[in-house]
Design a protein around this ligand. Structure first.
Ligand SMILES: CC(=O)SCCNC(=O)CCNC(=O)[C@H](O)C(C)(C)COP(=O)(O)OP(=O)(O)OC[C@H]1O[C@@H](n2cnc3c(N)ncnc32)[C@H](O)[C@@H]1OP(=O)(O)O
Ligand SMILES: O=C([O-])CC(=O)C(=O)O
Length: 377
């Protein structure tokens, strides 16, 4: 095989498709959804509005938003066999349980087999509502609590917190979860969205794409980072130990989790909103030490920042969840709640004028050789 072929390992810097959904300027550290800055959306919008924006292309009018919200609320229901499957798998990692439950929905809900834009939008809206319910139901079941019934008066974020905890969330907690979902909603050709596109490229249904995306999100190099950051914070223990921790990691050439990004060379623009959330919440709850440990890690990583190594979105989110008393293994599923509209619209984009995604690998195995039968080896 030719030595002249250029291999783009990890598809670094490769454009494989056009997309009208989100724009990332990695050099400037900027992100927008459908032309709207992430900062404006995180400050002024709700997750429901952002879902509408991502899926339909424009911000909704009040009537459009009300109709969209009604459709989302109508979908706050799980078929009983899915709850049985959650019970049967309750001791697994919540991400495995979530993926299994979404797979079960594909088998149980006849509409899920349909393809085409209309079907993807309808099934997408249903899944946006079902995913947080699966996560909350699993957490209740594994802790021996009753599954909490959805509250149709609450927003998407409020209802998720209500079903998770069984108590009405404060407006502040609801808003923090809402902003977290907005910030995680969409991010171009990230690994899980790309994987979903590969699946949809074979002309399969939306549930298949979402199951692929969930599998891909789970790893520590992608959505699993928030959980790892929290483990790191616990391991460090106090701010004065952060510098030694970072030094040891760098000496061992190991990644400091929550830092680094394939595209951003400046700070991930989403991190600023999460940082402010951690700082404020920590102060309000009389637990400022978590923020202080995180900032001590940031200080210790300063020498590497000039190489483009900065915090990413997952650096701060874990501490927010911890302050809310949410179990560490739920951090990746929470990311999935936020990323649902991004996956859905990318699956929709992929199937418009679809092309099978099928790159090449350059063979570097053994030269052709004679086959030896088993009894002669
Ligand atoms: C929502 C998200 O998915 S955001 C990402 C969440 N993941 C994490 O936080 C895990 C930690 N980070 C990482 O593992 C990586 O930065 C990734 C996987 C996110 C991106 O990786 P890549 O784009 O492949 O970057 P790459 O691995 O080429 O790194 C470039 C250089 O920065 C270094 N580097 C990258 N990330 C880190 C890190 N977190 N800590 C220390 N060094 C790092 C690499 O060692 C490499 O150095 P070298 O050029 O001297 O070999
Ligand atoms: O874009 C990426 O590679 C990872 C990321 O930040 C995300 O999915 O939000």
């Amino acid at each position: 095989m030719s030595d002249n072929v250029k291999i783009n390992r990890g598809l670094k810097g490769i454009y494989f498709e056009r997309s009208g959904v989100s724009d990332i300027d990695g050099a400037k550290g900027e992100l927008s959804y459908r032309g709207y800055s992430i900062h404006d959306l995180a400050t002024h919008s709700t997750f429901e509005e952002v879902c509408y924006l991502l899926i339909h292309g424009d911000l909704p009018t009040a009537d459009q938003l009300a109709a969209f919200d009604t459709a989302l609320k109508a979908a706050r229901v799980l078929p009983a066999p899915v709850l049985d499957i959650i019970r049967a798998t309750k001791d697994g990692h919540p991400m495995d349980v979530l993926r299994t439950a979404v797979s079960a929905l594909a088998a149980l809900e006849p509409d899920s087999q349909q393809v085409g834009e209309e079907a993807f939008v309808a099934n997408g809206i249903r899944l946006i509502s079902q995913v947080p319910i699966i996560i909350a139901a699993h957490d209740a079941i594994r802790n021996g609590r009753e599954v909490v019934a959805p509250d149709m008066d609450l927003s998407h974020a409020g209802n998720w917190l209500w079903m998770l905890k069984g108590e009405k969330p404060t407006p502040e907690a609801t808003r923090l979860a809402d902003v977290d979902f907005i910030l995680h909603a969409e991010h171009g050709a990230n690994a899980s969205s790309f994987a979903a596109r590969v699946t949809i490229g074979t002309e399969t249904n939306l549930h298949g794409g979402i199951v692929t995306a969930l599998s891909t999100l789970a790893g520590p190099a992608h959505g699993g980072a928030a959980e790892d950051v929290m483990k790191m914070v616990h391991e460090i223990g106090t701010p004065d130990k952060a510098a030694a921790y970072v030094k040891a990691k760098r000496a061992a050439k190991e990644a400091v989790t929550g830092f680094g990004h394939r595209v951003y060379r400046k700070e991930d623009p989403r991190a600023r909103h999460m940082r402010e959330g951690v700082r404020q919440l920590g102060e309000e709850m009389g637990a400022p030490e978590w923020y202080e440990i995180l900032q001590a890690v940031v200080d210790a990583m300063q020498p590497y920042a000039r190489h483009g190594l900065n915090v990413n979105v997952d650096f701060y989110s874990g501490v927010i969840y911890q302050l809310h008393g949410i179990a560490m293994d739920l951090y990746v599923p929470i990311f999935a709640i936020g990323r649902m509209p991004g996956w859905i619209i990318q699956c929709i984009e992929q199937q418009r004028g679809n092309i099978l995604i099928r790159p090449l690998t350059l063979y570097n195995g053994p030269e052709p050789r004679a086959y030896t039968p088993l009894n002669a080896r």
